[in-house]
Design a protein around this ligand. Sequence first.
Ligand code: ATP
Length: 308
Amino acid sequence: MFALEIKGLKASIGDFKLGPINLAVRDGEIVGLIGPSGCGKTLLLRVASGLHDALTGKIFMGGREVTNEPPHKRNIAFVFQNDALFPHYDTYQNIAFPLQLKKESNIQERVSKKADELNGLREYLEKFPKELPAGIKKLTAIGRETVRIFDMIFMDEPFERLDKKVKTELRAMIKRLLLKIGRSVLIVLNDCEDAMAIASRVYIMNDGKIVSSGNPIDIYNNPPDLFSMELFSPFGINKYEDMIFRPEDVKIAGEGLLASVQHTSPYDSRNALCNIKINDTDCVALIPIEAAKNKELHIKITKSFKVM
Ligand SMILES: Nc1ncnc2c1ncn2[C@@H]1O[C@H](COP(=O)(O)OP(=O)(O)OP(=O)(O)O)[C@@H](O)[C@H]1O
């Protein structure tokens, strides 16, 4: 059963054209949208959730067509990129708001339970948005959206502009929460590390269209095309002659290309990021620390795409 199914969807904003888009999210699945800035990820999320009109195509949620239904009739949660918290409400009031709006019961108890679920939120319950660190603001927005019963959650770049430590903690917490809630998720992600940490499947977008999809770890290990490789390159990209390849696709070999090691910096307990020269071309390689102690190395490039 699909929580969300999108068929032949087209939409536009200003001069930008989205689609045609075909996409599906299964029940309980966490699906990511990833692609360069401006490729239409937010617009797709907004059309899928009913915040922006479709031009053509159909949207189904739980098997029911919702293409022309407003967001409040779709029983969804939506975490905005800018959090959209009420500035004059404290954290407690922000989370309680959707429950108060629907005159629901046990509000205090439910907000309290949500604060416990979102570790660290409890001590900020009486603080206002302008007093909150960015990660706690995001948790508050997630708390407010997930305190109600809902069928599906849409999240727009929840890890944007967070420092690495906060982002890593928040990512783990959101993943735990999403798995616990067990609802389907469509989430816009900034980079491949977020995708691998959060999503079981991603759709890769470019210029208003979906160009490929798959499990993010499989895509990282074996990118289907150059565009996906460039997107799934946490250490950047090398170009040597007509080959494009990633630092982690450089392996030490008994024979092969000869590379001189210029500069080394440890990356983790086993590997180092090295500036190397292959003939006269500067490249970067992620190789074992022991190997990086050599002045010269024989290497082979295990995965590359050819460019003209
Ligand atoms: N209100 C608007 N008026 C005109 N054009 C817009 C408007 N909002 C967005 N666009 C354009 O639509 C395109 C898609 O925008 P969208 O925000 O969906 O991209 P995105 O992939 O989410 O980008 P980012 O990762 O930077 O948030 C962009 O080229 C953007 O400039």
